[in-house]
Design a protein around this ligand. Structure first.
Ligand code: SF4
Length: 91
Protein backbone atom coordinates (compact mmCIF):
# COMPACT_ATOMS: atom_id res chain seq x y z
CA UNK A 1 0.00 0.00 0.00
CA UNK A 2 1.19 3.53 -0.66
CA UNK A 3 2.52 5.56 2.25
CA UNK A 4 0.25 8.30 3.49
CA UNK A 5 2.60 9.80 6.07
CA UNK A 6 6.25 10.77 5.50
CA UNK A 7 6.97 9.04 2.17
CA UNK A 8 3.66 9.94 0.64
CA UNK A 9 2.86 7.99 -2.52
CA UNK A 10 5.70 5.44 -2.15
CA UNK A 11 4.82 1.74 -1.86
CA UNK A 12 5.44 0.46 1.67
CA UNK A 13 4.78 -2.86 3.39
CA UNK A 14 4.12 -1.15 6.73
CA UNK A 15 1.21 0.95 5.48
CA UNK A 16 -2.29 -0.42 5.90
CA UNK A 17 -5.80 0.97 6.02
CA UNK A 18 -5.23 1.51 9.76
CA UNK A 19 -2.14 3.66 9.06
CA UNK A 20 1.58 3.09 9.39
CA UNK A 21 2.36 -0.10 11.27
CA UNK A 22 6.04 0.68 11.82
CA UNK A 23 7.25 1.18 15.38
CA UNK A 24 6.29 4.72 16.36
CA UNK A 25 3.93 5.11 13.41
CA UNK A 26 6.42 6.63 10.96
CA UNK A 27 9.89 6.35 9.45
CA UNK A 28 12.96 7.63 11.30
CA UNK A 29 15.32 10.25 9.79
CA UNK A 30 18.66 9.24 8.26
CA UNK A 31 21.96 9.34 10.18
CA UNK A 32 25.05 11.42 9.40
CA UNK A 33 26.58 8.19 8.07
CA UNK A 34 23.92 8.11 5.35
CA UNK A 35 25.06 11.44 3.84
CA UNK A 36 25.95 10.87 0.20
CA UNK A 37 23.74 7.81 -0.27
CA UNK A 38 21.53 7.82 -3.36
CA UNK A 39 18.63 6.27 -1.42
CA UNK A 40 17.97 9.44 0.57
CA UNK A 41 14.52 10.96 0.19
CA UNK A 42 14.60 14.68 0.85
CA UNK A 43 11.51 16.01 2.57
CA UNK A 44 10.77 19.53 3.77
CA UNK A 45 12.80 19.58 6.98
CA UNK A 46 14.19 16.04 7.27
CA UNK A 47 15.81 13.39 5.10
CA UNK A 48 14.62 9.78 5.07
CA UNK A 49 15.79 6.51 3.56
CA UNK A 50 13.84 5.17 0.58
CA UNK A 51 14.73 1.58 1.51
CA UNK A 52 14.48 1.36 5.30
CA UNK A 53 12.15 2.94 7.87
CA UNK A 54 14.89 3.00 10.55
CA UNK A 55 18.36 3.76 9.11
CA UNK A 56 19.98 3.51 12.57
CA UNK A 57 19.11 -0.19 12.63
CA UNK A 58 20.96 -0.74 9.33
CA UNK A 59 24.16 0.81 10.72
CA UNK A 60 24.04 -0.84 14.13
CA UNK A 61 26.26 -3.79 13.16
CA UNK A 62 28.53 -2.02 10.67
CA UNK A 63 28.04 -0.28 7.34
CA UNK A 64 24.56 -0.37 5.82
CA UNK A 65 24.38 -3.10 3.20
CA UNK A 66 22.30 -0.95 0.83
CA UNK A 67 24.46 2.18 1.04
CA UNK A 68 25.49 3.45 -2.39
CA UNK A 69 28.32 5.60 -1.01
CA UNK A 70 30.01 3.13 1.38
CA UNK A 71 31.32 -0.35 0.92
CA UNK A 72 30.49 -3.12 3.34
CA UNK A 73 33.38 -4.87 5.03
CA UNK A 74 33.88 -8.53 4.24
CA UNK A 75 35.38 -10.90 6.73
CA UNK A 76 38.49 -12.00 4.80
CA UNK A 77 36.70 -14.26 2.37
CA UNK A 78 35.76 -16.80 4.99
CA UNK A 79 32.94 -19.06 3.99
CA UNK A 80 30.60 -20.69 6.42
CA UNK A 81 30.46 -24.42 6.27
CA UNK A 82 27.44 -26.10 7.74
CA UNK A 83 28.16 -29.30 9.56
CA UNK A 84 25.60 -31.92 10.41
CA UNK A 85 22.96 -30.56 8.05
CA UNK A 86 23.05 -33.35 5.47
CA UNK A 87 20.07 -35.58 4.95
CA UNK A 88 20.68 -39.21 5.60
CA UNK A 89 19.74 -41.74 2.98
CA UNK A 90 16.76 -43.90 3.81
CA UNK A 91 17.49 -47.60 3.74
S1 SF4 B 1 20.34 2.76 2.18
FE1 SF4 B 1 21.49 2.72 4.11
S2 SF4 B 1 23.02 4.36 3.90
FE2 SF4 B 1 21.45 4.72 2.33
S3 SF4 B 1 20.03 6.15 3.29
FE3 SF4 B 1 19.24 4.07 3.65
S4 SF4 B 1 20.06 3.48 5.67
FE4 SF4 B 1 21.24 5.25 4.96
Amino acid sequence: MQCETIKSGIECTFMSKKGCGFLGGSCKPILDKCDGCERILKQADQNYCLSFPDPAAKWRLGACGMATHAKTESKGGETKVRVGQQKQKKK
